[in-house]
Design a protein around this ligand. Sequence first.
Ligand SMILES: [Zn+2]
Length: 175
Amino acid sequence: MYESTSGGKSHGPTEQAISTDLKPLVPVAPSDEGELLNAFLADRDVPCPRCGYNLRMLVGRRCPECGDELTLRVGLVEPRMGAYLTTLSASCAGVGGGGLFSLIGLTAAPLNWWVKPAAICLLSLLTVSSVMLTTVLARRRRFRAAPIGVQWAMAIASCVLVAVLSTLVVALFDD
Ligand SMILES: [Zn+2]
């Protein structure tokens, strides 16, 4: 009986300590988001992402300069945009280069040139790079959510594809 009492006594402070430790882990209700934002900006110089106004000591959730609503976010220290930007650049280069060659073909080449291998490669380049460009722009989040190895594989594949098709167009252009 005596033992159980002392056990109970020693149990009390431990439980209290645990509950105090867990307090910061309780998720913050959405209504506190504005307070968190204000607390974060109380002693920091942060420019408004829209107008650049210094938001230090902000009261409320709107930028006093442009009136846009603001939110507090968690970001990556290193956003890892390399693979995405490489794929995007390769697609843009394909569309741009393909467009330029098409213009040359339309103005300088005879009509029967368009059934020759160079023209077929050119149309493939235009089609493939246009599809890549629209896909990469429309599925940006999905692309960036993929494992980094898959992202780089897609980036390298798009570069190789655009480079090979462009080389073929240039090599066969005069034939
Ligand atoms: Zn602003």
